[in-house]
Design a protein around this ligand. Sequence first.
Ligand code: AMP
Length: 726
Amino acid sequence: MSGRVLGIDLGTVNSCVAIVEDGKAVVLGEGQDRTIPSCLAIKDGKELVGQAARRQLVTDPRNTVTAVKRLIGHSFDSQEVQSALARSPYPIVPSPLGTVMLEVGGRELTPVQVSARVLQEILDRATELIGEPVTTAVISVPAHFTDVQRKATKLAAEYAGIEVLRLINEPTAAAFAYGYRKAENFTLAVYDLGGGTFDVTVMRAIGDSFEVIGTDGDSFLGGEDFDHAVAEWLLAEFETEFGAPLEDEAGKLRIREAAEKAKIELSAVEETSIDLPYLATLGGGENAQLTRTVTREKLTELTRGLMQKTLDLCTRCLADASLDKDDIDEVLLVGGQSRMPVVRYAVRDFFGKEPRRDINPDEVVAMGAALYGYSLCADQFAETAMDQAEDAYEVALKDAEIARKLLDEIKLRKEDNTDRAELKSRLNSLLEQTEDEVGPPTLREPRPEQSLVEDVRQSTERLQAEISPMDSLEDLPAAPVLERQVGEQDLGSAVKDVQAQVQGLQSEAREVLEALADELAAEEDESTQDTASTDSDSEGQAIGAAAERLSALIGNAAEASSEAVGNMREAGEHAQARKVTLADVTSHALGIAAAEDLFMSLIAQNTKIPAESRRVFTTNQDGQSEVNIRIFQGRESKATENQLLGDFVLEGIATAARMEPKIEVAFAIDENGILSVKARDKRSGIAQQIRIEDPLGLQANDAGVTGPESMIEEEDDGDFEAVDGV
Ligand code: AMP
């Protein structure tokens, strides 16, 4: 493979990584290792990541970070972080910037840093399994992830040394994986219920064009909430049975784990039991043991509200996309929590059709991300493979040329009138030349203990035995990327020519070397006494070395030409890969706060991305020289009831009466769903400065801790550019 791109599903609980091999998405790893716990732990001052960290969760939850995806890109005061506080076994504290810090193992880590470490583990694992370094990836994020959460995820990936080709919405990736395989026209709904988040997405596939037509979700609704519902019930049962609430943290954690275990078991059986001895020590020194039977029915009852919330979001998503349930041809279930039978039945009843069960919900997102990455890169991979083919061809050509010269010199040996000293020096100089050009690694020097005849015979044998039959080039598909000229010829016919040359050389060299060996043997027989002079010994050495080098060069040329063929064939496969277009949409309305807290939307929810929008605003006070532009996302008409994404101040507005200045605000959202906002005073004509404030201090918080500083500068420059006045 001359190029790889990873598809990474960075999950709340587990992550998964896939690549494309022979046009198909393949999840990396075997068995349990196909997923990597999104977990980081500190043990004895050392970091553990993935499976090793997950193992520590039971013994030392205080120093083990999980579900960091729920915290990334949120401020400490956000509702999401506040509700995570109560459940988190590790301390979550505010940073001086109002962002989130995690205190583990005596260290303070940001969610971005933890994600970066998990991503680094994924990258290392992928590199190990693939056997070559790979750094480019498409990373999936929940569809409803805000701009800040996307930026934070991208930043984490960059810290991990990953070049993020694209961020893709998780349900879009799942739909894409399914549609890519199916290659038909259809409308698909993806119901994605993971460990921490819920998304629903509707996508239409027409040939190679994939278009998301609607998306909705809740960033705080997932499997953990189902666990929480069961755990809350168990805690209430404890209080009823023992007359006091369970206070012990370790006990509470055991209850949470038992709740998840029971929930998962109930996906396979109708009834399961929970038995938790030694949960707490009671007043009289007695140990509190909680034993309960849980049925599927009980689980359904406990989680009905959560389930209904997901269905309400499906209703809203369809309504926003002006679709009816009947318009949906297929329903895809994604995310570990969708394995729960009740979820499956509820989704089936809602859409009136059986959801697809032929795709692994834990792996489909990573597969879709890998397929999309491959589709974006296939032409580039074909180009790289053609470059490699050209390089291999050049090697084959050069080796064949030197082999030809050596063979011609060896042939002179037979001519009686050849000056032996001259021949020796010419052979030696050719050998020196090949030493420089080909290098010694595959070549053997003649061994002194071996006779010259043996050396030459061995070289002949190598010519016969070791030179593998050359791979021949079949017809390549017609694709512009495969049209490569070398000199006057196209690469394909040039490679065929060099192969013909190598074949000619091989049979001619065999003949010449066999004859030479016979001749040398006859000479040896003639000299009954050992009277060989130093001169003829060294001539013999030159001949022996030349014979060895000749067979090695022909072997190298044959191998290189086969490699060129392999590279060209691979380029042909890349060129034939399905190239798709994928149009995603914004998952929220985006806009700014105007007077009286009015939310003025610039980009509506479900707008196809990339997108741009401009709107002109004005001032509401005489002589106002600056305005504060506050960016929000959400559905509420009051700006502050939506989620604040960022704000900045536009300074230097030309002095004017209220309502006179014209301030143009421009929103641009790129293919990753990342927003940039510009503002300019249309009347001033002077260059305007925009002061950017990063509400979550993402970069400030992480600066210099794990990532190279240049990246932080790039982020500063790239995301919000200063606007020149007109
Ligand atoms: P994900 O984020 O997609 O890896 O989903 C993880 C969530 O799926 C966790 O809350 C798990 O408890 C839940 N989960 C995994 N397997 C099952 C199962 N067989 N039945 C119910 N929930 C499951």
